[in-house]
Design a protein around this ligand. Structure first.
Ligand SMILES: [Zn+2]
Ligand SMILES: [Zn+2]
Ligand SMILES: [Zn+2]
Length: 297
């Protein structure tokens, strides 16, 4: 039956995919297309015409690129958020949305300020005292390098940590004393050797220094309430870094490039950091030292 050409198909009538609007001369080809394209509710869509796109990047192209659909791009220009690509009902709604969508921490909930535990914050003597004061909500990016512990070397141990600010200034870097014996330095990936870790900084000292940078002079009580000076912490798979550092930081102050939807694959899996830096920053991350923030080239 399928081989019999349908007489109605010889005319100009086309078969349109209801999801991506691709057109086919023959119904069979449309069916074929729908079988292999796996359009799903998870696919990002144009907020104007509802077209399904393969990725957030293709939505962006569809809506604001040089070959954008003119009707969609016109509406997007006035009512679309260029961060999350959402299209709002009006320019006013867009303005309101943008305040929430921009990468700042959410507004405080207005609850009572907890008692201060200043002593924890005013730790003395470190390499990063001067440079990050008084800038308000800046973001700090973190990256850790893990070596392996345990009999098969599969336990991640933080061996090196690095923080940079928004201007890519290196504000803290150190090797970290592992908590249990290292069974695999993973040298090809980490570039870390036994020598590096011999006089490395103890973990509790590393934690204190990192928290001091993040709290930025804000009292601990206000951290949870989004005090004015605290820093946003940006990372890739950041919870894993924090776990390996045995640290906690409030969720509303974390920004994870592995979990931010516009940076994820269509199937909501994370891209690699290597892919993201190549795509969005045009930087090739060298595999050897792994640490993106400390690259010297
Ligand atoms: Zn389609
Ligand atoms: Zn559209
Ligand atoms: Zn948005």
């Amino acid at each position: 039956m399928a081989s019999e050409p349908d007489p109605s198909e010889s005319r100009t009538q086309r078969h349109k995919c209801p999801a991506c609007y691709k057109q086919f001369k023959r119904k069979l080809h449309l069916i074929e297309h729908m079988k292999i394209s796996y359009h799903s509710v998870h696919q990002p869509r144009c907020g104007v015409c509802q077209k399904h796109c393969k990725s957030f990047e293709s939505v962006r192209e569809h809506i604001s690129g040089p070959l954008a659909k003119s009707n969609c791009s016109k509406i997007f220009l006035n009512q679309g958020c260029n961060l999350c690509l959402k299209v709002l009902d009006s320019p006013a709604a867009l303005n309101e949305h943008k305040q929430k969508c921009c990468l700042n921490a959410p507004v405080p909930l207005g609850t009572k300020i907890m008692p201060c535990i200043e002593s924890h914050v005013i730790l003395s003597g470190s390499i990063m005292d001067e440079r990050h004061n008084g800038k308000g909500h800046g973001a700090i990016a973190i990256d850790c390098e893990m070596v392996g512990g345990g009999s098969d070397g599969s336990i991640d141990l933080c061996a090196r940590v690095c923080l940079v600010d928004e201007d890519e200034n290196l504000i803290f870097h150190t090797y970290v004393q592992p908590q249990i014996p290292v069974s695999n330095y993973r040298y090809e990936v980490t570039g870390v050797t036994e020598d590096h870790l011999r006089d490395a900084m103890p973990l509790n000292e590393v934690q204190d220094k990192i928290l001091k940078i993040l709290y930025n002079g804000e009292s601990v009580g206000r951290i949870r309430l989004d005090g004015e000076k605290v820093r946003l912490l940006v990372g890739h798979g950041i919870q894993h870094d924090l776990d390996c550092l045995r640290m906690k930081y409030p969720g509303q102050l974390l920004r994870d490039t592995a979990k931010y939807r516009p940076l994820m694959k269509t199937n909501l899996l994370s891209h690699s950091l290597k892919h993201l830096t190549k795509t969005y920053l045009g930087i090739n991350v060298h595999c050897f030292t792994g640490m993106i923030s400390s690259q010297a080239f």
